[in-house]
Design a binder for this molecule. Structure first.
Ligand code: ADP
Ligand code: MG
Length: 828
């Protein structure tokens, strides 16, 4: 989420006050200092350039750990942040001014800190190197080293060129000695005032090499340590010294640190310059240095030197992206991007290179999805379903409310799809209560009035039954039959349903996984609706689809995932969002409480029940064992009903109960025979009891944010003010920060986005659909803008050239990448 402009003043003030009061993580009106900063840095302002944006987000992580920092680190972080903010504010003011003049389409990179580079281009000796050459044939690599590199899967020159560094260290920033600030990575240039090399008096095996450098503004002592007998040799020590005679000009790079002896550089890299202003030749001094993922036996310099040997071949890479497309999106050329991702002259060049290569990762992924969708569309024709007709008209008449704009928009998307002979494959994302069911019902009626059957599948019996109940109401008014099929449907009823389906008498079947069993055969299945689609596996969805001939498929989820993630995982689906709630929905008061405040929570529950309301108490999943879950639920239920709420009826719901028992528990609660229901997370999906106004969640920190949001959606469904109480005794700032997001927001899309930022895309999706992590450079959190343009570009290309016949290079790149990326596994 982006905000227009942060409140610079408030941020700086918070930092100043924290410094004044001695870095105690002050408690403000609403938040602790660290929480406030963490929240603020969670939302990068829109004006940031990519590097700043990254640093902005890193700040959020740093402040999340602030409470655990020792004083000194707190002090550093606060100082660093104040400088950073100052600098960003200036550059963003400047940018805003410029942007009003400038054509915003054009992507520009500005780095306010950027000093002209001191570096020369890398010395490139291997002029004759070619892309498909074996690394072992490069003189600078050789057979022995290439054997190690093969362990990283690197065989050819091309392989190593596409082996992107996982990080860079920025040594490109040259500063004066007096400006050194701990924690920054810099280069200083100065003259040698003194140089010594000696064995440590305390440890004969340790050799210490020290240079004192000075410039106009100050001086600094740099030390390097060499452990081992071979360095104790006087000859070696004298040799070192002789390279740095007094008066020599030296460039030194490294991480600035503060020690008891003053400020210095950690493990400084040094190089002698003949004259000040001379170019620096070393591959690690005064520039941005790549850091590679290594494996055993492969040293950092081994990869670096192999990359340097291979780099001249980058020029031979042909760019599959046409120039017009590249220019349109402001993308660097491929050969240049490859060169700069490894050894960029500065951060700006690195960011531009990274942006291009991230674009490629997304672009080929989207291209693959779109081509696949094309192929699907051509396979076989689906039923054409009429968007208008008697049934839909009648339904609108009996519906007691008007559709929201968002519902209408999404409905139009769907009805459009249904009129086409290529099968619909659409995902509708919408918050709890946004009214997905009504939209699905209208699609179902479109199928029925066109003479087809429809199926609606939900992940649990509770949910299937609830859908059924609602649909029966509406279908009765329309004089249409509808049946429910679940694991607990009696045999006789089951047989009857089977036969009515086969004859076509039954237009709509609602149910659970029972729908995909062998015996279920439809007469003419035209539309499949899958609720809470993420709870089903790919195969289960496919099985239901196979019950018809290319039926249209509508999937729905109340656990929205961020658009970037949706595009990456379901790129071959169309996605619509119901991003508006029906009018009159209240905000649910959400509060995070610690264990000590539990009595307050219980008091609130009592007050609400006395006024006729009801409450949920949800216990967390205990990962290791369902048995333990059940036991803790049973015990908690007993404790609550006997000692805490003896005057009320307390129900219990957990995963080990039979469906009949579950149904009974829910029915009792629905009828207000029980006022409180103690439940494991089985309650999460879809249960609808409008009279319930309190949702208390124990150990809330164990849940994902989206899941908590789902649970919270169980209340606030009626006209009464509702409450969500998140119990958490976790003291980590991270946990508190996460829970605060829920106090702040009721927007499922925002919450999903935060969840992804805080836990990473893999966690948000769960294990079933992972595979997103295979992107080498791209981050779904940070590179959303690039993903959007990549999707856009891929759509344009496919529109003109369905099979990539006019783009052979692109086709080749796609085949190569698609194989590597998908491993043929995740989306079959
Ligand atoms: P979801 O499945 O998206 O969580 P539902 O479809 O169950 O939401 O709808 C939640 C409630 O809101 C239902 O009681 C439904 O009848 C009602 N509802 C749906 N759309 C509207 C609307 N446009 N105006 C008023 N109420 C609506
Ligand atoms: Mg629903």
């Amino acid at each position: 989420m982006e905000t227009e402009s942060p409140d610079w003043l408030r941020l700086q003030k918070a930092l100043a006050v924290e410094a004044e009061r001695g870095f105690t993580d002050l408690m403000g009106k609403q938040y602790r200092f660290s929480e406030f900063l963490c929240l603020e840095f969670g939302k990068p302002p829109a004006t940031l350039i990519p590097i700043e944006r990254r640093r902005w987000q890193e700040m959020a992580n740093k402040f999340a750990r602030y409470p655990d920092f020792p004083l000194e680190e707190r002090q550093h972080l606060v100082a660093e942040t104040r400088r950073f903010l100052h600098q960003v504010q200036q550059s963003s003011n400047k940018q805003i001014q410029e942007q009003t003049r400038e054509n915003r389409e054009q992507y520009t990179i500005e780095n306010p800190n950027y000093k002209a580079p001191l570096t020369a281009p890398l010395v490139q000796s291997n002029v004759g190197v070619s892309l498909d050459q074996q690394l072992s044939h490069l003189p600078d690599v050789g057979v022995r080293k290439s054997g190690y590199l093969a362990k990283l899967g690197l065989q050819t020159v091309r392989d190593i060129l596409f082996y992107y560094p996982r990080d860079h260290i920025d040594y490109a920033r040259q500063v004066n000695i007096c400006e050194l600030e701990a924690g920054e990575t810099v280069t200083v240039v100065g003259t040698v005032k003194r140089c010594t090399c000696f064995s440590s008096p305390k440890n004969q095996k340790l050799t210490i090499f020290q240079v004192v450098l000075k410039d106009r503004t100050g001086q600094i002592t740099l030390s390097r340590f060499f452990a081992g007998n071979r360095y104790s040799n006087r000859g070696w020590q004298e040799g070192q010294k002789s390279r740095y005679p007094v008066g020599t000009i030296v460039a030194a790079s490294g991480l600035v640190k503060k020690s008891q002896y003053g400020i210095t550089l950690e493990e400084p890299q040094m190089e002698v310059l003949a004259h000040p202003g001379d170019t620096i030749d070393s591959m690690s001094i005064g520039r941005v240095v790549p850091v590679y993922a290594l494996t055993e036996g492969v040293a950092a310099d081994m990869v670096r030197s192999a990359v340097i040997a291979a780099l001249p071949a980058a020029k031979q890479l042909k760019d599959p992206l046409p120039a017009a497309l590249r220019d349109g999106y402001g993308l660097m050329k491929l050969p240049e991007a490859i060169a700069n991702i490894h050894f960029p002259p500065d951060s700006a060049a690195k960011e531009a290179a990274r942006r291009r290569l991230v674009f490629d990762e997304f672009f080929y992924l989207q291209l693959g999805f779109l081509m696949r969708r094309q192929a699907q569309r051509q396979k076989q024709a689906s039923a054409i379903l009429a968007p208008r007709g008697k049934l839909i008209e009648q339904f609108h008449k009996v519906l007691p409310f008007k559709l929201t704009n968002a519902q209408q928009r999404v409905l139009n998307d769907i009805l459009n799809d249904l009129q086409s002979s290529s099968p619909m494959n659409r995902l509708v994302q919408g918050d709890v209560g946004s009214g997905k069911t009504v939209v699905a019902v209208i699609a179902i009626l479109a199928a029925i009035q066109s003479g087809y059957q429809a199926a609606l599948m939900a992940p649990t019996e509770v949910l299937a039954e609830q859908h059924y109940r609602k649909l029966v109401g509406w279908f009765n008014l329309l004089h249409l039959p509808v049946e429910l099929l679940t694991g607990s449907t009696k045999t006789a009823k089951r047989r009857e349903i089977h036969s009515q389906l086969e004859t076509g008498e039954l237009p709509l079947l609602v149910g659970t996984h029972a729908l995909i069993q062998d015996k279920v055969n439809f007469h003419k299945l035209g539309l499949v609706v899958i609720d809470e689609q993420h709870r089903f596996g790919v195969e289960q969805r496919a099985l239901l689809q196979q019950k018809g001939e290319q039926p249209h498929v509508l999937t729905m989820t109340a656990t929205p995932i961020p658009r970037t993630l949706a595009l990456t995982v379901h790129g071959d689906l169309d996605v619509s969002q119901i991003d508006e709630l029906p009018p009159g929905r209240q905000t649910i008061h959400t509060t995070v409480l610690t264990g000590r405040e539990r009595t307050n929570a219980y008091d609130l529950i009592r007050r609400e029940i006395v006024q006729g309301r009801q409450a949920y108490i949800v216990l967390p999943l205990i990962e290791e064992s369902e048995k333990l879950d059940v036991r803790s639920a049973v015990e908690e239920h007993q404790r609550l009903s006997e000692s805490i709420f003896p005057q009320f009826q307390v129900g219990l719901l957990h995963g080990r109960m039979t469906s009949a028992e579950k149904d009974e528990a829910i029915n009792l609660f629905r009828d207000n025979q029980t006022q409180i229901i103690v439940s494991t997370t089985v309650i999460e999906v879809g249960v609808d009891v409008p009279n319930a106004t309190v949702m208390l969640i124990e150990n809330a920190e164990r849940f994902g944010l989206s899941q908590l949001h789902q649970l919270r959606g169980r209340v606030g469904r009626g006209s009464h003010q509702s409450y969500c109480l998140l119990m958490s005794s976790s003291k980590t700032a991270d946990a508190r920060y996460r829970l605060n997001v829920l106090e702040q927001s009721q927007d499922g899309f925002f919450i999903a986005e935060m969840d992804m930022r805080l836990r990473g895309p893999g966690q948000v999706l769960g294990t079933r659909q992972s595979g997103v992590q295979d992107l080498a450079l791209a981050s779904l959190v940070e590179d959303q803008e690039v993903l959007n343009i990549a999707r856009d570009a891929a759509e344009k290309v496919i529109l003109q050239d369905k099979k990539l016949e006019q783009h052979p290079l692109m086709k080749a790149a796609l085949d190569y990448r698609y194989q590597r990326l998908m491993g043929g596994a995740i989306l079959t």
